[in-house]
Every structure is written in C-alpha cells, then in structure tokens.
Design a protein around this ligand. Sequence first.
Ligand SMILES: O=C(O)CCC(=O)C(=O)O
Ligand SMILES: [Fe+2]
Length: 372
Amino acid sequence: MADAARGMGSPSLPVANVQALAETCNTGVDEPVPWRYLSKDPTAEEVVAADDSACAIPVIDFRKLLDPESSSSECARLGSACHHWGFFQLINHGVPDEVIANLKKDVVGFFKQPLEAKKECAQQADSLEGYGQAFVVSEDQKLDWADMLYLIVQPRESRDMRFWPTRPASFRDSVDSYSMEASKLAYQLLEFMAKGVGAADDDDDPAASLRLQGVFQGQVRGMRVNYYPPCRQAADRVLGLSPHTDPNGLTLLLQMNDHDVQGLQVSKDGRWFPVQALDGAFVVNVGDALEIVSNGAFKSVEHRAVIHPTKERISAALFHFPDQDRMLGPLPELVKKGDRVRYGTRSYQDFLKQYFTAKLDGRKLIESFKLE
Ligand SMILES: O=C(O)CCC(=O)C(=O)O
Ligand SMILES: [Fe+2]
C-alpha cells in the first residue's frame, strides 16, 4: 500500500552526510563548501523582508473553525488562504503540547547522536525511507544542504521498523502519538477546507466534505524530518531544500527549534516570502494531490528552505497521501458550479514515481496534469 510513498524503486544516489560535512566546513579554516552545494544566487531573486507582517501567510484559528458562531467566516478565510497562498499557520489546533514536546525532544536527540549511531537507520538501496538524503538523480545535480530521516508512520501496518530509531528510547512512542494526533487533526481540517471551497450552492454541503475526507481516510502518512546544519562560509549560496511542491495532499509542518531560527520561504508573485513560524503552531500547506482533487481551488505552491550561518534548524513534515491505488483527478463535488474540469485524471502511483525519479523543478509535474 505504501510502496510509492516510500519512493520504492526510486532511490536517491548516495551523497555525503551533510551534518558531518558542515562540521568540517564550519570549523576548518580553509575548508570551502563543495561547489555542488552552491545552488543559490542571492543577486537573482527577490526576498520580502521577514518583519513585514502585512506580507505574512494567513493565520487560521482552529477553535474558530469548530465554534458554530465563527465557523463559516473562518472557513472562508481558510479557503482563501489555500487558494491564494497554498499555506497558512494553524493555531489552537488541539494537539497536546506534551505530544509535540516529546516529538521535538526525541527528534533533536536523534540528530545529536554520533554519525555511526544515526547510520543504524540509514536508507537502503531500494527506497527513500530511513536516514540519508533525497532526490539526487544525477552525478552533476546541485545538492541540498540537509540530511533527513524519512519514515512511513501511518497506518501502523505499513511501518518498516528497520528504519525507526531505537534511541532516544522513547522515539518510537513519540512518533506514534504525534502521527496519530496530527492525522486526526488533518482529517478534521479537510472537512473545513471542503466548506471553504464553497463548491456547492450550500456552503455546508456534507457530500463535498465527506468525499474529500474519503480520499485521505486511513491512507499513508510519511514523516520527513529535515536537519539543516549551519553554513558559516556560504549561508546565502546554499539551500536546505531547493524549490519544490509537495506531491501529497496536505502537509503539516512543525519547526523543532524556537522562533529565533527560521528558514521556510514561500513563493508568491515571483517573490520569496519568509515564514515566521509561531511557536506551537503548525505550518500547513496544500500539496499537488489536493490541488488536483480540488480542481485548482487550492494551490500547491513552491517553497524552499534557507540556511542560517551559525545555527542549525530542524523541521518535521507530516505528508498526508491520498489512496495510492486509485486514479487521481478532480472530485465532481469540488468542481464549482459553472466551472470546467481543469485537471486530467491519472494514476497517482505513476505520478509519485515520476516525482521521486525526475527531480522536476517547482510546479513542472503538477502543470502537466492541467487540461488546456
Ligand atoms: O523545513 C521546512 O521548513 C520545509 C520542509 C519541506 O518543505 C518539506 O519537507 O517538504
Ligand atoms: Fe515541502
């Protein structure tokens, strides 16, 4: 069931461990950053000032979504955020602080271990699951300044425990609780997102919500923990994650460090908007699959991660995949009255395979779904 989401059959070419490389480069006097990591040209791009709050991605209050008094106006804000930004921050989401704190503690603890200990969870030759790097498909491709730990976390029966750390001792329990809670939240969010589309005459069309939730219910969740080491010499020339869209439906992202180190940037109108992740909030984004099923009402937007010169950053992305054994196309319930069907219908498994093997820039793959 989870093979396509594991990147099975589409492994990444082996490259250096970036945390170890960064230690050498950051401490060595004359240790240059290898050219393959110098992918960014700071003079050729526009980045909006981080402190300009008027430009920030919208903040959605989950409590207001639940409250009948405020639900419909907050749903409309949610729909608008998903359409115009493809991103929002979610506050008052109800995932217990303790569950998040335990995940953070154990994820940080995992990356603190010596390289040899982390390598006990190393990727194997046939998939992307485990500790390593992703999306390296050619020997001359530019590389990301990051390591990752990628695990299929739900449903339980699709877990491959070979890749799950045993240290810190509570790591597995923490990921189990977190992935359960966050998956429940994502399922509830989908209901409000369907309402936010306003596809039916009646905004509260339960058929649209149920249909959208049905695409994701009980399906695969993958958690990718990104470790971005600092880069003293060339922070403005390297990228932690190069511009991409997520191939799944909905992504819930948690920053593991406090707000003093930020790194996520979202593309809008040709400019990069830095995200100031709020402590305890989720950064939520729409992936390719959700853009397709919503017939473009929600946008899967390009984003990237930049690097701090002196401080590490860690984030955990929980990817919610749609049913991998079915064809993916716009849901009739989500095609607005009077609108045309804007995306084709194709095998989602083939889509994922292409995503994992081709390293297509930005929105190239999702654009290929669009009908003229
Ligand atoms: O680290 C971040 O802020 C972004 C992570 C991300 O985009 C991903 O894992 O797909
Ligand atoms: Fe992403």
